[in-house]
Design a protein around this ligand. Structure first.
Ligand code: ADP
Ligand code: MG
Length: 266
């Protein structure tokens, strides 16, 4: 298996995709070095004797500070790919690297630690804990990350950080509401605050507007593009919706288990 390089096969595809699709902003932010990279990812799910191949040699590079969309039909393997990038699952073949260092083959405990620190996740159905308030849901990220002793010692700073993140997503007036008392858009904002309160380096968003009406979906996309533009947050978003995908700076399409340029996919 060759090492993950800083110029994987997906780079030319990215260039084609950028030329083919309108940009969300007039000027793209300055990109630094390749940051998150995957090479030759294969993944199949097994059910008894059957094996269902999902990814067949996916190469992808994400630059620090970029907003990348991966678009594909339902069942094309978008969530599978996002899970591999974020260390929620391991590939059958291939590798994932962060800052040039392979991370998919680390011991499980190291992967867990890295995942908690480096990646923030946002899902289509929010996955907020129903019995917790909005503030407690956001704080849960910091609770998981720290020992009971450290959390208790730093609880004031953590509460301030959570409140400030909740304010940033526009929900300061909903601190004590439970998820059942929030609208879909508010729940997704809460999930974004929960993902970002630990200051992850990469936000991985799985169909973040998939359960929302068009207008609310637009508002969530505005929030994500603002976080990307203002704070250089690196975002990888997967979606089945081309119009939503176009809000990102760069788009690649997942089809038949591989990433394609939009020309190939046409
Ligand atoms: P997408 O997110 O693009 O809709 P997924 O990555 O969720 O696609 O799934 C890709 C394919 O893999 C689908 O055909 C799905 O049914 C199958 N799949 C996903 N997860 C599992 C699993 N845990 N076991 C078996 N098959 C799965
Ligand atoms: Mg999915």
């Amino acid at each position: 298996m060759p090492p993950v390089t800083t110029a994987p096969a997906s780079a030319p595809l990215a260039t084609v995709a950028m030329a083919a699709m309108p940009m969300a902003k007039a000027t793209a932010p300055k990109l630094c070095s390749p940051y998150l990279a995957a090479q030759a990812l294969d993944k199949a799910y097994r059910k008894g004797q059957c094996s269902v191949p999902v990814l067949r040699g996916v190469d992808i590079t994400v630059q620090k500070g970029e907003f990348l969309s991966i678009v594909g039909q339902s069942g094309s393997g978008k969530s599978t790919l996002l899970h591999l990038l974020g260390l929620l699952d391991v590939p059958d073949m291939g590798r994932v690297a962060l800052n040039g260092k392979r991370i998919d083959d680390l011991p499980a405990a190291t992967r867990d630690e890295l995942r908690n620190r480096v990646f923030g996740f946002v899902f289509q159905f929010y996955h907020l804990l129903p019995e917790l308030t909005l503030l407690e849901n956001v704080l849960s990220t910091l609770m998981i990350r720290h020992s009971v002793f450290d959390y208790w010692r730093m609880r004031r700073e953590f509460k301030d950080a959570a409140c400030s993140m909740i304010e940033k997503v526009g929900l300061a007036h909903r601190l004590k509401h439970r998820p059942s008392e929030l609208s879909g858009g508010e729940m997704q904002r809460a999930a974004i605050a929960r993902a970002l309160v630990g200051q992850p380096e990469v936000l991985l968003a799985d169909e973040p507007t998939g359960n929302l009406d068009v207008q609310t979906g637009r508002e969530i996309m505005s929030l994500l593009t603002r976080l990307n533009a203002d704070e250089q947050l690196t975002i990888v978003m997967v979606t089945h919706d081309d119009a939503i995908a176009r809000k990102a700076q760069r788009i690649v399409r997942l089809r038949e288990g591989r990433l394609q340029s939009l020309d190939e996919a046409a």
